[in-house]
Design a protein around this ligand. Structure first.
Ligand code: GBH
Length: 500
């Protein structure tokens, strides 16, 4: 047995058998990636530049001036990725499409043969191994040409996106049954247009909410196109995924503020879709309108929805998709205190400060502390606010720094979250149907470049072959999937360990 497997053995022995640690029949497990973070092949054939190509090629924007020119080289090595997914025993693999690889002009007047074939091969390769493809249509790779036209601040983008979505449904809906339109509206709008730490790096206090509105309408148009033109024949499902940081009050006195923070961070992009009345969360709409007025604006910084737009967006879901990583406590800012806008520019808006409880386990990465209970609390909150929905967790994972195959922290983090999912299913009666580890392999972690690792597989970025090696967490996850329980016993599952 390898040293890696020995570590897994130790980790697994600590868990005792109990019927409560079994997953419901039909619960599915997957892993995720996104196009710019893994593909490379940034200038092959007719692919055009994305905002990330331009941003990462600008010195000083990304840690160590890393870029995704080659990344994991999945453009060439997709067969390895499929094999890794198969070795893990994944039920599904979540990946995203590169808009400028498929539509080099940004518009459907030209569809790239090379781009089309790349994703056809990947989809067919997965299906041959019995793995369901789950596609994110937009995971932040906007064609630069569309950014030059204003990107997500231009209302026309709702049609540009809808046209792109129709192209990809036409190409792949015969084989792909689960779709995520857009990854993390709040993060993408905030980091791209307000804090400016990610591409295209715009820092404008008005732009983030403009983006926030257009993202909702773009999603809704794409959902409705599928629902009308593709669902009757292909019977698939479409949703959008929200990044949810669980915010709770630091002290009982701060409960009101914590509630307001959740209404902004979770509610902003959930209420328009999942609530009965639709539109922005009323308390947030009022709060921002009032502040905007005080600041001397003629209208609210949060653009209004028309009644038609409210109807267009409302109900455009087939399930609730969420990404969960970490939690935070909320307290009122002291007079004159500078508020860090990460992870939400709404925090300065609300004069709210986010902190971590000292008892939460820290990771090596500053923004991440391990708080699996927050995931269960978040799911309960969502059910209370939006009803008995089906929940699909499409990202959860653990960040680390440096090369390390024996990633016991990642194992215990994943196990902790899976325990909370089981509790939410069994104790709170929440309908959670699947779980996704971010990420299948180490990749380009946006403004952090390659310095932060999320992979079940380690990738050697110094090696032109971009060799992938399973970490202990890959062995662990394969055992969980195979046994469909958290009571994985590495002795019984030894053959899996050997295979990997
Ligand atoms: C998700 O973003 C993304 O969907 C995925 O692509 C990403 O790799 C993964 O999670 C891990 O981050 O410099 O202050 O912005 C989650 C949001 C965005 C959180 C980048 C960490 C860096 C801190 N992440 N952010 S900051």
């Amino acid at each position: 047995m390898s040293q890696t497997a020995t570590f897994v053995f130790c980790a697994i022995l600590a868990t005792a058998y109990s019927a409560d640690r079994k997953f419901p029949p039909g619960f599915i497990f997957g892993a995720g990636t996104s196009s710019y973070q893994i593909e490379g092949g940034w200038n092959v054939t007719d692919k055009s530049e994305s905002i990330w190509d331009v941003f990462a090629h600008t010195p000083g924007k990304v840690r160590n001036d890393d870029n995704g020119d080659i990344a994991c080289d999945s453009y060439n090595k997709w067969k390895d990725d499929v094999q890794m997914a198969a070795d893990l025993g994944l039920h599904f693999y979540r990946f995203s499409l590169s808009w400028p690889r498929l539509l080099p002009t940004g518009f459907p007047n030209e569809i790239s043969e090379d781009g089309k074939n790349y994703y056809n091969n990947l989809i067919d390769g997965l299906l041959e191994k019995g793995i369901q493809p789950v596609i994110t249509i937009y995971h932040w790779e906007l064609p630069q040409r569309l950014q030059n036209l204003g990107g997500w601040t231009n209302p026309s983008i709702t049609d540009w996106f809808a046209d792109y979505a129709r192209v990809v449904y036409t190409l792949y809906a015969d084989r792909v049954k689960t779709w995520i339109t857009i990854n993390e509206p709040i993060i993408m709008c905030d980091l791209s247009y307000n804090t400016g730490v990610t591409a295209p790096g715009i820092k404008d206090p008005l732009a983030s909410y403009m983006c926030g509105k257009h993202v909702m309408i773009a999603h809704a148009k794409a959902w409705r196109i599928y629902d009308k033109e593709f669902k009757p024949k292909h019977k698939g499902r479409v949703s959008v995924t929200n990044q949810l940081i669980w915010f709770e009050a630091k002290t009982p006195e701060e409960e009101e503020l914590a509630k307001l923070t959740r209404d902004l961070s979770v509610g902003l992009h959930s209420h328009p879709i999942y609530s009965k009345e639709g539109g922005w969360p009323p308390v947030i709409e009022e709060y921002i309108a009032k502040k905007s007025k005080e600041e001397g604006y003629a209208r609210s910084r949060l653009p209004e929805f028309t009644p038609e737009e409210i109807e267009l967006v409302k109900g455009t879901y087939d399930f609730y998709a969420l990404n969960y990583y970490t939690g935070g406590t909320i307290r009122k800012a002291r007079d004159g205190e500078t508020i860090d806008p990460w992870p939400l520019s709404g925090l300065p808006e609300l004069e709210a400060v986010i902190e971590k409880r000292p008892e939460w386990k820290k990771s090596e990465v500053y923004w991440f502390s391990v708080y699996p209970e927050g995931l269960r609390k978040q799911l309960v909150w969502l059910k209370e606010n939006y009803g008995d929905l089906e929940f699909l967790i499409v990202e959860n994972g653990y960040p680390s720094i440096g090369l390390n195959l024996q990633d016991l922290n990642r194992i215990s983090c994943i196990e902790g979250h899976l325990e909370q999912i089981l509790l939410a299913i069994k104790e709170d009666g929440i309908n959670i149907t699947g779980y996704t580890v971010w990420s299948l392999m180490d990749n380009f972690e946006w403004n952090e470049g390659y310095s932060i690792k999320f992979g079940l597989y380690e990738v050697d970025f110094a090696d032109p072959a971009r060799t992938r090696t399973p970490r202990a967490s890959a062995h662990y996850y394969a055992s969980v999937i195979k046994s469909h329980t958290l009571d994985v016993n590495i002795v019984e599952n030894k053959h899996i360990t050997d295979e990997l």
